[in-house]
Design a protein around this ligand. Structure first.
Ligand code: ATP
Ligand code: MG
Length: 391
């Protein structure tokens, strides 16, 4: 018996985006996701994508796990490939879905006939296959409204396909169709979630992480890499800049009022990230900020931070509660890494009483004590570039 993976992306809204581009990028991403599992032939016809293993039988569970992390498809299922002949289809349905048919009490058959040369109409095909299954599995009843099991029969150009329940896809848009953005990634809970959310909208990511050795350790850096590895299972490989931030933090600590420390530090992050992102064709920045979570995330503080960004700054978790962000971080499996207790540069230098209502003029005045351009240039030049791949 030949099996394939049948992917449905037909229902996806393609507003404002060219369908051809969308599908080409989706296919590329599927190929990349499955490459470690062997050779697959992929082609699309009508609103489906067919994924066929070439000369091997893959671990279908693993195929499913990987496909479930590719953005841009709504549903998929394993399917049995059958000759376009009623008897063959009936037999395949009875055998291929044997376990599901045995454990269900009610079922229905849904048939789609894309190949109009096939002699039975869809309703006739449903009736014929349904009748056969009732004979083979006498414990079953037909329930067209709320069946426990739906048996799908699709008669397409090249063959007929039989499959059972579909698995839900990751939704979203294929990564690469939404432009590029730089994600400011810390070791915390929020920024990996923000990264995931923008990747889901088709945005290709470049990571930017600020490290302050010796105050922050090698292990803190490894933590960021582990987080991005998880995100890259969805987003594809991610270039990562590790930016030396020690001197900047020390200079701020030396020359600026303590209550503005965090804010001035965040403005440096924005300046440097804007530069690195733009050098990598990124059109925007992403952060994991959420209003009110900490002192640097009040609206006046965010306004001061944004004043120095030269790219639009997206904050996908801005309106989410911590609980909601944590739930998502658990789902994408970053939570357990995020809560490992390694220090972040933000936690090393923390003012006792940060300003929650900073005024931009005050901040700008305080920064005059610093050689801002020189510090930014030095950090940009000193950034190390790595590439993070999924495991
Ligand atoms: P997170 O959980 O993402 O660390 P947080 O609630 O701890 O967020 P902050 O530490 O104030 O909040 O940081 C806010 C945002 O600034 C982060 O979500 C991230 O986008 C960015 N950021 C903070 N620290 C760093 C860092 N060391 N390197 C890169 N970006 C950072
Ligand atoms: Mg943090």
């Amino acid at each position: 018996m030949k099996e394939i993976l049948l992917i449905k992306n037909g229902e996806l809204a393609l507003k404002g985006l060219n369908r051809g581009t969308f599908e080409a990028v989706l296919l590329k991403n599927l190929r990349r996701a499955l490459r470690p599992l062997g050779k697959f032939d992929m082609h699309k016809a009508q609103s489906a994508v067919y994924i066929e293993p070439v000369d091997h039988t893959p671990d279908w569970d693993e195929v499913g796990e990987r496909v479930a992390k590719v953005f841009g498809l709504c549903a998929f299922s394993r399917a049995s490939v059958v000759e376009k002949d009623l008897g063959a289809i009936q037999q395949a349905a009875a055998e291929y879905l044997r376990e599901a048919l045995l454990s269900a009490k009610t079922f229905k058959v849904e048939a789609k006939r894309a190949d109009k040369r096939f002699p039975l109409t869809s309703p006739q095909l449903c009736a014929q296959v349904g009748g056969y299954l009732l004979e083979q599995y006498p414990h079953l009843r037909v329930d067209v409204h709320h069946p426990e099991l739906t048996v799908w029969i699709e008669v397409r150009e090249s063959a007929a396909y039989v499959h059972g329940p579909q698995q839900e896809g990751a939704g979203g848009m294929p990564v690469g169709t939404g432009g590029k953005a730089g994600i400011l990634i810390s070791g915390g809970i929020d920024s990996p979630v923000a990264a995931y959310m923008m990747a889901k909208r088709g945005v290709e990511l470049t990571g930017i992480h600020f490290a302050s050795p010796p105050y922050t350790s090698e292990r803190a850096e490894q933590k960021v890499i582990s987080l991005l590895k998880k995100v890259s299972e969805y987003a594809g490989h991610i270039p990562l800049y590790i930016v030396p931030f020690t001197r900047i933090q020390e200079e701020i600590g030396r020359a600026c009022p303590e209550d503005l420390f965090t804010l001035i530090m965040r403005r440096f992050m924005m300046r440097i990230a804007s530069r690195l992102a733009a050098d990598n064709e990124c059109g925007a920045l992403i952060t994991g900020e959420s209003v009110g979570q900490v002192a640097s995330q009040t609206i006046p503080a965010i306004a001061c931070t944004d004043a120095v960004a030269t790219l639009p700054v997206f904050r996908p978790v801005i309106g989410m509660d911590k609980d909601e962000i944590i739930a998502l971080s658990r789902r994408i499996d970053t939570f357990d890494i995020s809560i490992q207790p390694y220090e972040d540069c933000c936690t090393v230098f923390t003012p006792r009483h940060p300003r929650t209502r900073p005024r931009l003029e005050q901040v700008e005045e305080a920064e005059q004590a610093l050689p801002v351009e020189e510090l930014v240039e030095e950090a940009v030049q000193g950034a190390r570039r790595l590439r993070v791949y999924p495991d």
